[in-house]
Design a protein around this ligand. Sequence first.
Ligand code: SME
Length: 157
Amino acid sequence: MKDHSGAAHIDYAMITKTLAALAEGETDEIALMATFICEVHHADDRFDWTGFYRVAEPERLKIGPYQGGHGCLVIPFDHGVCGAAARTGEVQLVDDVDAFPGHIACASSTRSEIVLPVWRKDGSLLGVLDIDSDQPAAFTSDDVVGLGALLTQVFAK
Ligand code: SME
């Protein structure tokens, strides 16, 4: 959907239905991540980089499917916003990335960021969903709730 300025803004109700249809019956996590990123990234003009980092080995994240400029390939749990989300299991809602200690800047244009842990049905940590925006304070609690519900629907049902 478009907001008053004509910018694309994610419609969580609609994308829930779209992803339910696209992901129906699929269990391959790479296929699900690639589809999730494609739909979410293009749904909102705030989203300048959208991607997954997977728990590829203990205490280390490795890049997964993403859209946007190149992202760093490996993030230890004790580094960056993504590491903080993986380490704590808590959503990281960062209004100003320059104010986040240890933020990893994959693009100098990034101003704000949201990172959510991604849980499997069995409660294990699949990885994190990372979305960067070139706009300051781009993300809200609506995105925490909406993205969290989408991740549960696709990866934990
Ligand atoms: N900003 C992230 C690193 C990933 S790049 O933004 C794609 C972090 O600080 O963990």
